[in-house]
Design a protein around this ligand. Structure first.
Ligand code: HEM
Length: 454
């Protein structure tokens, strides 16, 4: 076990926001010895490791993650592979996993645009806007032994919006990183082991526990979930605007009550329909963007079923300590051109700053998250909090944004508690659809070098 961070891929510490263009390359190994050799060259040049102190000066960055099949193809033996967590080894598409994630109906893998079985690895390519095309080309030319099976282009939207028009990427777990001379970690910071294997976690264990054949391969690595989540923006706003009637302010209020924050990221407060509050002077969110629900058990401000409150209930479920064990580091990017302005109510604007490739009239989120335990962290959030009708005292509704499709849209309800009478929405349409997904592993530097050496 180690406390060092230099051998960890930088995606654990940063979403590379200063590199506003990105493309995710889905790769297959076609010639293992050649693929290992080119991987070795990437480790030496291109892949970023550690918590960069001069990250804003980077012009490009690469990160790489592998499926279990990818590790196998590069020579990782079965006894080592079996020391990885079961969901990773089995992949995202088993019958059990489909039920856990709600990948049923329209979300079922047979309808996906790409599947885990098509790929062995994903190379995340980041650059400053105009440099991305040339950098992708130069990188692809260095990938002897690999075939690029698909490129997922991304887009950066202005003001950190996602396609429905909400400020995304606000709440992230803070990491407690031990440094001798640096500032002390904030009191609510989580130990690195919650996200990176081989480091101490909240249970004070190196995660996972035992020393074994796979320890060196897992050391400094993190599980990475990649899901292409298509957002039907016209359908989302059409439904909300129909419910709200001609009052556009009401439409924005309804959508905010479903998401759990105002489009500009401001927290919700109890009270009747009203306008979106302005950001404080300087544009920073109050309390650093942190939220608390303990004083609002009924959800009169942020409803108990809202996406943000379900995805991280914080102090709402009794034990904050317990909730902390189910955090994820979100590192996704948007894809596709923004929907036309006429789709949005007044006050919600989505425009693109940097985009790549031939973007179709198809948009959404390339959801990516990192964790040390797929079942305890990502799957628990999706299954027990987003998809569960019996969550936090609710009994017949699911996440209105990102639930799975184990129920039909006709059965999808949503409650906005209000005094004296709650507002109840029926037949909330599914406007997020899964279009691809994989469980991957983002190895540390030493493990990558060993992989490259075969
Ligand atoms: C297209 C689908 C999705 C959209 C549009 C979406 C949008 C958002 C937005 C606007 C926020 C608030 C901003 C922030 O705190 O960063 C948020 C927060 C969050 N979302 Fe999602 N999300 C989606 C899917 C998911 C999924 C599938 C998961 C996990 C399984 C997830 C987990 C989270 C978490 C953990 C937070 C932070 C909550 C907090 O700590 O307060 N989201 N999401």
């Amino acid at each position: 076990m180690t406390n060092g961070t230099d051998g960890i891929q930088s995606l654990v510490f940063t979403g590379f926001a200063s590199l506003d263009a990105a493309r995710f390359l889905l790769l297959r190994v076609v010639d293992p010895p050649a693929a290992r050799a080119s991987l070795g060259r990437l480790v030496e040049h291109g892949l970023r490791f550690g918590k960069g102190t001069r990250e804003d000066r980077w012009h490009t960055a690469l990160q790489i993650a592998f499926s279990a099949d990818g590790l196998r193809t590069l020579g990782v033996t079965e006894d080592v592979l079996q020391t990885f967590e079961r969901p990773f080894v089995e992949g995202i598409e088993t019958e059990h996993r489909k039920r856990v994630l709600g990948d049923e109906g329209d979300n079922a893998p047979e309808h996906w645009a790409w599947r885990q079985r098509d790929l062995h690895a994903v190379l995340f390519v980041y650059a400053k806007g105009p440099e991305l095309d040339a950098y992708t080309e130069a990188t692809a030319a260095r990938l002897a032994g690999w075939q690029v099976v698909r490129m997922l282009d991304t887009v950066t939207l202005d003001a950190n919006r996602e396609h429905f028009g909400f400020h995304d990427g606000i709440a992230q777990p803070k990491l407690a990183l031990a440094t001798d001379d640096g500032p002390a970690s904030p009191p609510d910071a989580l130990p690195l082991g919650e996200f990176v294997l081989g480091h101490r976690d909240l249970a004070d264990q190196p995660a996972p526990t035992a020393a074994d054949a796979g320890e060196a391969t897992r050391q400094d690595g993190s599980y990475l979930v990649l899901r292409q989540l298509q957002e039907d923006v016209p359908a989302f706003w059409q439904d909300i605007r129909r419910r709200a009637g001609p009052d556009e302010q009401h439409a924005v209020w309804l959508a905010a009550k479903m998401m759990g924050r105002w489009p500009n990221g401001m927290p919700l407060a109890p009270g009747p329909v009203g306008p979106q509050p302005e950001l404080p002077p300087g544009g920073t969110l109050p309390n650093g963007g942190e939220l608390a629900y303990g004083a609002d058990p009924q959800g009169l401000g942020c409803p108990r079923g809202a996406h943000v409150r379900r995805a991280n209930p914080r102090d709402a479920l009794g034990s904050e300590e317990n909730v902390k064990r189910h955090r994820i580091l979100r590192r996704g990017r948007c894809y596709g051109l923004p929907a036309p302005a006429s789709v949005f109510p007044a006050g919600v604007t989505v425009t693109a700053r940097a985009g790549t490739g031939a973007l179709e009239d198809d948009r959404g989120l390339l959801f990516a998250c990192l964790c040390a335990d797929l079942s305890r962290q990502f799957e628990l959030i999706q299954q027990t909090w987003l998809n569960n009708p019996k969550h936090d005292g609710l009994f017949d509704e699911v996440d209105p944004i990102a639930s799975g499709q184990a129920i039909t849209a006709d059965e999808r309800r949503y409650t906005i508690p209000e005094a004296p009478v709650r507002c109840r929405l029926h037949a909330v349409p599914f406007t997020v659809r899964v279009r691809g997904g994989a469980y991957l592993f983002l190895p540390g530097k030493a493990a990558l070098s060993r992989l490259a050496e075969g």
